[in-house]
Design a protein around this ligand. Structure first.
Ligand code: ATP
Length: 445
């Protein structure tokens, strides 16, 4: 595990450079919730765009949806969440902490000596009880039992509830999918894992509806497609693996689930789950709502409830994996450098525009270059401090290209483009710069 950076370094860089801040920090924080700063927002947006591109824009067979966070409470009865979206919880009467009963081995008792909960001399654990992870709120001015609604714990159910609407309006037929990106909420017990597990997070889920005999084929297809997506965006192959669920881990309705796991600083953990869910969800919602949720094939006269294959990923966990994988430290001209080797598509800032000196017309020309690139990509103008310091600042946030304007630029309207990874410097005419960078961004060069 030696090539994996520590979580402390990722947390420190995220704070120092404005990727991730603890929520409500000025009030002492709020358990397991985080805010995303300027570079964090840009990185997350790029992760979501890359997913949306691969899922919706580049395909004919998937359409998008944005369903509400608050849904009819019957949704969660039908989906089984009200009954069984629970984790086993134990309390310690001695220290007042709560732990997941099935993760005692991964936790530490907060009292000394530091041992697993239940193993310390004073530990006094209660029996495990089931704890529902859904967060509740109420709708309307009177708070009573009839007003309780839940913040969705996953985006998928909004897709199932809209199956008929989308089928009727999008002129699609199985195999076809509905993709959604949006916030989900879970009252997680195990916290303190930075943005790996938070109580408010964002998911990227796609439900792919298929004729039942084809479900296994599509399940294998999506395992492969989703793993490739991560590799194409630069995650190292050694840090990624597929882990099929053991039979006792499978949901009762699933005939197959595999996790794409990533080697986080805390070890191998789930990055995305891909499940063959059968017709469970549509049948449940049909039963609870009284609506027919099925596909009628006019050509063959066949009527059936499609099976569903679901790739479900988390934006925050993806972002963490990309940060961990990109983190590197090396030495440049005798100085230590921290660099995020993010794929250019994911990098928050694509190009930094740096006049070598703050005089002789260089800032003016640099502003002209900045204005030329600004409509095409997120860029940053920086004239403060030595050029070496400015390069290092950009390396730390993963900016793939630094465009430097020097005295020669004023004579022949060329600039140098420094590559974050190879450190090669190319001299490029200002007029050709947008094309030069665009080609690299789209992988043409
Ligand atoms: P875990 O076992 O880690 O709790 P899960 O199997 O419950 O995850 P799913 O319900 O399959 O997760 O959700 C799909 C994806 O949503 C996960 O692979 C993960 O990327 C993301 N996700 C789920 N819960 C959280 C959370 N609390 N914080 C951040 N991301 C989450």
């Amino acid at each position: 595990m030696s090539d994996v950076v520590t979580m402390d370094k990722i947390v420190a860089l995220s704070k120092r450079r404005g990727f991730v801040f603890p929520t409500s920090e000025i009030y002492g924080g709020l358990g397991s919730t985080y805010d995303y700063g300027p570079y964090g927002v840009a990185l997350r947006r790029n992760v979501k765009d890359a997913w949306w591109h691969a899922m919706v824009i580049e395909r004919d067979d998937i359409v998008g949806l944005d369903s509400a966070i608050l849904q009819h409470p019957r949704t969660w009865e039908a989906s089984g969440h009200l009954e069984s979206f629970t984790d086993p919880l134990v309390d310690c009467r001695a220290c007042g902490q709560r732990f997941r009963a099935d993760q005692l081995e991964d936790n530490r008792c907060p009292q000394k000596p530091s041992v697993h909960p239940g193993e310390g001399p004073n530990c006094d654990l209660t029996e495990a009880r089931q704890f529902n992870l859904m967060l509740e709120t109420s709708l309307g001015p009177v708070r009573d039992e009839g007003s309780i609604v839940y913040l969705r714990p996953e985006t998928a159910q909004g897709i199932f509830a809209n199956f008929k609407n989308v089928l009727q309006t999008s002129r699609r037929k199985p195999p076809f999918g509905i993709a959604q990106i949006g916030k989900s909420f879970r009252n997680e017990i195990t916290t303190k894992q930075f943005i790996f597990r938070t109580r408010e997070f964002e998911q990227m889920e796609m439900e792919f509806f298929v004729p039942p005999p084809d479900a296994e084929k599509w399940f294998l297809y999506w395992l492969d497609a989703r793993e490739r997506w991560y590799l194409e965006l630069g995650l190292s192959e050694d840090h990624l693996r597929l882990r099929p669920h053991d039979p006792d881990e499978l949901s009762h309705y699933s005939t197959g689930t595999s996790d794409i796991e990533y080697l986080f600083p805390t070890g191998w953990q789930e990055l995305e789950g891909i499940a063959n869910r059968g017709d469970y969800d549509l049948r449940q919602h049909a039963q609870y709502s009284g609506e027919k949720l099925e596909y009628f094939d006019q050509a063959t006269g066949e009527r059936y409830v499609p099976y569903v294959v679901e790739p479900a990923a988390g934006v925050d966990r993806c972002m963490l994996a990309f940060l961990v994988d990109a983190y590197d430290e090396d030495e440049q001209e005798g100085e230590k450098r921290t660099v995020l080797r993010l794929h250019p598509r994911l990098a928050p800032v694509k190009a930094a525009i740096l006049p070598l000196v703050r005089k002789d017309g260089q800032p003016e020309l640099a502003h002209e270059v900045h204005d030329l690139l600004r409509p095409l990509m997120l860029t940053e103008y920086d004239e403060g401090g030595s050029i070496g310091r400015r390069y290092r600042r950009q390396d730390e946030i993963g900016t793939p290209w630094a465009v430097t304007i020097d005295h020669q630029s004023l004579e022949d309207r060329t600039v140098t483009v420094r590559d974050r990874d190879s450190l090669a410097q190319d001299r490029v005419a200002i007029d050709a710069l947008p094309g030069f960078l665009q080609d690299r961004l789209t992988g043409k060069e």
